[in-house]
Design a binder for this molecule. Structure first.
Ligand SMILES: Cc1ncc(COP(=O)(O)O)c(C=O)c1O
Length: 453
């Protein structure tokens, strides 16, 4: 028994019972700060959360970039409920269950042509580590096992596995673990420049030349040592960094020239965020591997996946032993029956309600609304693409992130949940968003920005 519970950690819930906040060590959270003034949600439906003190809070960021079909979808609830009653779990190694295959077929249907071999994981981080391992296994299977180098990008976010933080480029995520990052990794420069692209609408015109840095990295290490390049086609977590026009096309060309695999991390962009099923389709650039998670099943049950091209899949599987395992990789919960049931139900909603097209049709409204905040105090950039937007604030002298944090808290108190990274506020509402919701979000954000010094 632990009787050391701190008074500050005893909060009243709406049910009138006392909630001990001390045991749960929260991820990517300022624990002490949070527990001194918690923000607790208890219900969600459609575009809104309900907080424990019974306030309606509009969800301007789809939970954590993941609830694309909106909250509390009845079809998903029913599918998961039916599945847990019918078969709660089935092993994923050397055994299968039909809905795992059915879920893969649904996902494959919306991937770019040819990327239709689906490996299931439980998160974006696992998807990234899986994709990196598949890339290494691919080169080994084709007799180029010396291709081991992985190229990421500054300010890239690829989750929190050792592979993901190694190719990732967010320094606080790497700092404490720097001596143990995986070896043989290099990084492209990021593409964000306020000097050249502040207040751009859609893709900035400046910056495609930054893809040519890959040529420099290739020349330095020799192409025969490089396995893969991994980038987010649009970087979300580092603060919405939108690829310059022509940049991704150029990366694809250079990878093709040197036999390097291109991995798009679509954990955020997958399933309609930019108005198409994938960012690959949106930008017209097809990678060799796509990582995904989050909206794959509306975030209702943890699930991720990697879509591999037939070339990559067949090279590994066809070169494997006749009756042996071809890829020594997988998870106890790969294609977990509940996650797979939720995935199928979610993909059916996306199709039936044309939610990807809906996202595209709402994008101009988001663009107009967010850019109307130009000129508000401390706003140094506004950018947008598809159903994603960001407002960058001038950092306070010596206190990076403080202004955005206070604005985020103010927004929550005023009834809007946003996300912030550094001094950037990010927006990515569920694809069911309507004009009136966008108006509600940005009129509140305007007030919040004005109220923070
Ligand atoms: C591009 C990208 N990759 C990977 C991840 C990690 O996903 P997870 O938190 O599910 O491990 C994220 C999470 O936001 C992401 O945005």
């Amino acid at each position: 028994m632990n009787d050391m519970t701190d008074d500050i950690n005893l909060q009243n819930t709406s049910a009138g019972t006392s909630l001990d906040l001390s045991n749960y060590w929260m991820p990517f959270t300022a624990n002490k700060q949070f527990k001194a003034a918690p923000r607790l949600l208890k219900r969600a439906k459609g575009m809104y959360y309900t907080s424990v003190d019974d306030r309606q809070v509009i969800d301007a960021v789809s939970g954590l970039w993941c609830v694309n079909a909106g909250h509390g979808r009845e079809e998903i609830t029913q599918a998961v409920t039916k599945q847990i009653a019918e078969m709660d779990y089935a092993p994923s190694f050397q055994m299968g269950h039909p809905i795992a295959f059915e879920a893969a077929t649904h996902v494959a249907k919306v991937m770019p042509k040819g990327l239709d071999r689906i490996f299931f994981t439980n998160s974006g981080s696992e998807s990234v580590d899986t994709a990196l391992k598949i890339a290494l296994a691919y080169h080994r299977a084709r007799g180029e096992g010396q291709r081991t180098r992985l190229i990421g990008r500054e300010r890239g976010y690829h989750g929190v596995g050792f592979g993901g933080i190694s190719v990732g480029g967010i320094s606080p995520n790497r700092k404490a673990f720097s001596a143990n990052l995986i070896p043989g990794v290099d990084h492209l420069p990021h593409t964000h420049s306020l000097e050249h692209m502040a207040f751009s609408r859609g893709q900035p015109a400046w910056g495609a030349h930054l893809a040519d840095e890959l040529e420099r990295i290739v020349a330095l290490h020799d192409p025969s040592t490089i396995a893969a390049v991994i980038v987010e086609p649009m970087a979300g977590s580092a603060g919405v960094l939108i690829p310059p026009q022509g940049y991704l096309q150029r990366l694809r060309e250079i990878c093709d020239k040197y036999g390097i695999l291109l991995i798009f991390d679509e954990v955020i962009t997958g399933f309609g965020r930019l108005g198409k099923a994938t960012a690959s389709e949106y930008f017209g650039v097809t990678p060799d591997l796509i990582t995904m998670a989050k909206a794959i099943n509306n975030a209702s049950v943890p699930m991720g996946a990697v879509a591999a091209s037939r070339k990559v899949h067949d090279t590994i599987v066809d070169n494997g032993p006749g009756n042996g395992i071809e890829l020594f990789h997988g998870y106890t919960y790969s294609a977990h029956p509940l996650a797979a049931a939720a995935c199928i139900a979610t993909q059916k909603i996306y199709q039936k309600e044309n939610l990807f097209e809906r996202a595209a049709s709402m994008a101009p409204k988001l663009e107009q609304a967010i850019h109307s905040l130009k000129g508000e105090p401390h706003v140094i950039d506004i950018r947008n693409l598809g159903l994603v937007g960001a407002i960058e604030l001038q950092p306070r002298e010596g206190q990076p992130g403080a202004r955005a944090y206070e604005t985020f808290v103010k927004c929550f108190e005023m009834g809007v949940m946003v996300r912030y990274t550094g001094d950037i506020l990010a927006f990515a509402p569920p694809l069911i968003v309507e004009d009136k919701h966008i108006d509600e979000i940005f009129s509140t954000v305007r007030k919040a920005i004005r109220s923070v010094a």
